[in-house]
Design a protein around this ligand. Structure first.
Ligand SMILES: [Zn+2]
Length: 400
């Protein structure tokens, strides 16, 4: 169960109480579906009449539908409620090279997916995105879209809603929200990819009771999201979690942010590729012109020693950064997102050893590789859109 952080609530008005009760009921339906009104009343502690009123509203708003009839030993058979799977969300995951677009239902099940190259210029990228979205919006018009969630390899300034600090994307500060909302008529929720993945883990997976979680996304760069005491940590400027740019080696290679030896320049997918190319050049092996990280993973699997060594080097550096996180934040769990989780057997022992070396307290830290790798970021975009309806304990907007 999601825990309700009452300290976040504004002064309790009847409007607030109704809103909160609606969220509690919606969360219970999501968690226990299909479920009867009687069970909702029992589990929520709300009066039967209040539950009936809220469920009628939810059915009218097309969030919830009546499904099968339940079985009871005697008496009347209750009609069970479940989330309306026909309610849809557009999910977008913008990455430096490619942008992924998908359609999901409220349970995070995808019905459509594609990817397009990411344009170097943000205005052009928005135009290309809109060109893809227009035909999608015309499909199955009887099934409404709830909104658009966009996960980004950068940070968002929550006062201006602009994308700021995206060194790997190399875009200037830009407002993606306004032009897409204007053109589609749908509300757009923007969020850093690591933050979005943290929300997805809490929404869709087993982490409902985890109060202290760190998410680490590893791809072209490294992003982290910090959930402390059940709240997503933002910092004063929306920049909290930029641990990828913590300088682990001040003499190290130059990072896209302008500094040297950042964690991400030592431990990202790009770092592993660089390690491979450096050792391949030394052994005068012919250089593959465009090697992708996935290809490096398969080469290592097939016994290529240089590829395996490059991944080991990446694992050592990744583990060093994880140790820094454990020392600083003492999380209950760390969620790892990225292609490297496909080779978890290579990475886990290194990370485990560093965590154990750091951890003084007896309780173990759960190290969780994201189950569905690439989809996790898209599911994060789903969570962004659903947050305002289901979210209880994790305020996302800067003002919450
Ligand atoms: Zn950096």
């Amino acid at each position: 169960m999601l825990r309700i952080d009452l300290s976040d609530l504004p002064v309790a008005s009847s409007e607030t109480a109704r809103h909160l009760n609606r969220r509690v009921i919606l969360n219970l339906i999501r968690d226990k579906q299909p479920i009867s009104r009687a069970d909702l009343a029992r589990l929520s502690g709300l009066q039967r009449s209040t539950v009936s009123l809220i469920t009628e509203e939810l059915i009218e708003g097309r969030w919830v539908v009546e499904g099968t009839t339940g079985r009871l030993p005697r008496g009347r058979r209750p009609t069970l409620l479940l989330l309306n799977q026909r309610r849809r969300i557009i999910c977008i995951d913008i990455r430096p090279k490619r942008t992924f677009i998908a359609i999901s239902d409220v349970n995070g099940v995808f019905s459509f997916q594609e990817s397009i190259p990411t344009a170097a210029d943000p205005d052009r990228a928005v135009r290309q995105l809109l060109a893809r979205l227009r035909p999608l919006l015309k499909t199955r018009t009887e099934d409404p879209f709830e909104g658009i969630g966009i996960s980004l390899p950068g940070r968002v300034d929550y006062t201006t809603q602009q994308l700021i600090f995206a060194p790997n994307l190399k875009w200037p500060a830009v407002d993606l929200k306004t032009p897409i909302e204007r053109e589609t008529g749908l509300e757009v929720a923007l969020e850093n990819a690591a933050n979005a993945c943290a929300l997805a883990e809490i929404w869709f997976d087993r982490s409902n009771t985890i109060r202290n979680l760190v998410t680490i996304t590893v791809s072209e760069g490294i992003g982290t999201a910090i959930v402390a005491d059940g709240r997503l940590v933002r910092g004063a400027n929306g920049m909290a979690g930029e641990l990828g740019h913590f300088p682990l080696d001040p003499e190290g290679p130059q990072c896209a942010c302008g500094n040297r030896g950042c964690w991400e320049i030592l431990a990202s997918d790009q770092a592993a590729l660089r390690y491979y190319f450096e050792s391949a050049a030394r052994s005068s092996r012919q250089r593959a012109p465009e090697l992708e990280f996935n290809a490096l993973l398969s080469m290592a699997d097939q016994g290529d020693t240089l590829a395996a060594k490059a991944l080991d080097k990446m694992a050592v550096q990744l583990a060093r950064g994880v140790r820094m996180i454990v020392a600083g934040l003492d999380p209950e769990a760390i969620l790892f997102v990225g292609e490297f989780t496909a080779a978890w057997g290579r990475f886990e022992p290194r990370i485990k050893a560093e965590v154990q070396a750091q951890k003084i307290a007896a309780l173990p830290i759960a190290l969780i590789p994201a189950r569905d790798g690439e989809l996790t970021r898209l599911r994060g975009s789903v969570a962004l859109v659903l947050y305002k309806h289901f979210g209880v304990s994790l305020p996302v907007s800067g003002t919450a």
